[in-house]
Design a protein around this ligand. Structure first.
Ligand SMILES: [Zn+2]
Ligand SMILES: [Zn+2]
Length: 334
């Protein structure tokens, strides 16, 4: 192992910079890992597109599959293959002590060094071992699938319930798989046909283009009350506004995309719907995700590409434009 590594920095909106930098050293409680692959997340795309968080010290990427190199805490043997539970908290505030570092009051100043690099450091307690039977591609879905599984457990559907998923990127397709496994009848919407085909492969009963069809009326051909559950996964302003029209009275609505846009809640109020959001997985939901990908091997088909560090900017530009596949993995060894 050399003293330096290649890492990809977010210099400004839509521009990444490949640099040779010192390999980060683990601080108290942390382990050094070598990145095998790191998924490009929808949230990475939002940050890439807007330049939010851009600066000289920002390395994106949190959907990390890695080998442990050095764990001074003694928890992990070198060579252990792991995925990473992403949030890094102070470890001491109210939320960290509750085991919810995502809401940390004093988040770690180095939290922005992510997995688009050859090496990274993470809290040793946030590493989750990956079974040999699970491929790197499948393990890279632990984060988005952990979000979807958490959303399904919050929505707590009755068996046979009609569910609608809007937006069939990685989170939407993971949601389709999780809802189907929970026994729901799933209606899935996206503008892109390739993405609708993935949804059918994952067990969606019906797919549609929500800009061409009235989702609520189509759903009502299946159940007079329309969807009991609706997940907004497109992250678009229209998607977030429309989800309240798409779902029926009393429906539970999960907001899993990241839209930064005002919405009118009139429909939600009149239909007495309940809405919740999920900003990330939990350690438990990531463990459940690693089991789920073992049972649903077809889910790995949503991994549509693998790029080296030098090609990430082009890959992200394509994904932002709605092209270039579904889930793309960064492979720093390429
Ligand atoms: Zn993610
Ligand atoms: Zn904290």
């Amino acid at each position: 192992m050399g003293a330096t590594m290649r890492a990809l920095f977010l210099a400004e909106a839509r521009r990444l910079e490949l640099r040779e930098v010192p390999i980060p050293q683990p601080r108290k409680g942390e382990a050094l890992v070598r990145v095998r692959v790191c998924g490009i997340c929808g949230s990475d795309l939002t940050v890439f597109k807007t330049g939010a968080l851009a600066g000289p010290g920002t390395v994106l990427g949190h959907e990390v599959v890695a080998d442990v190199v050095d764990d001074p805490t003694g928890t992990w043997q070198p060579g252990t293959r792991v995925v990473v539970y992403p949030p890094r908290g102070c470890g001491e505030c109210y939320w960290c002590r509750r085991g919810e570092p995502r809401h940390c009051e004093r988040p770690d100043d180095r939290r922005r060094w992510g997995g688009f690099a050859e090496y990274a450091v993470f809290p040793a307690a946030h590493l989750i071992e990956v079974a040999d039977s699970v491929s790197d591609e499948a393990a890279a879905l632990a984060d988005p699938l952990g979000v979807a599984l958490r959303a399904v457990s919050i929505a707590d559907p009755e068996p046979g319930a009609l569910a609608y998923v809007n937006g069939l990127g990685p989170i939407g397709l993971c949601s389709v798989s999780a809802l189907v496994t929970a026994g729901c009848v799933v209606l899935a919407g996206d503008l892109i046909e390739e993405r609708r085909r993935h949804a059918v492969r994952l067990g969606a009963s019906l797919t549609l283009d929500p800009t061409r069809e009235d989702v609520y009326e189509v759903a009502r051909t299946r159940h007079p009350a329309g969807p009991r559950i609706a997940f907004e996964c497109s992250g678009t302003a229209e998607g977030l506004q429309d989800i309240f029209d798409d779902a029926g009275p009393g429906a539970v609505i999960g907001i899993l995309g990241i839209p930064s846009t005002p919405v009118l809640l009139l429909r939600m109020t009149v239909r007495e719907q309940r809405a919740f959001s999920v900003a990330g997985p939990t350690v438990d939901s990531m463990r459940a995700a690693l089991r789920h990908v073992g049972e649903r091997p077809e889910l790995v088909e949503i991994v549509t590409g693998r790029v080296g560090l030098a090609d990430v900017e082009a890959a992200m530009t394509g994904l932002v434009a709605g092209e270039g596949g579904v889930k793309v993995l960064v492979d720093p060894a390429r």
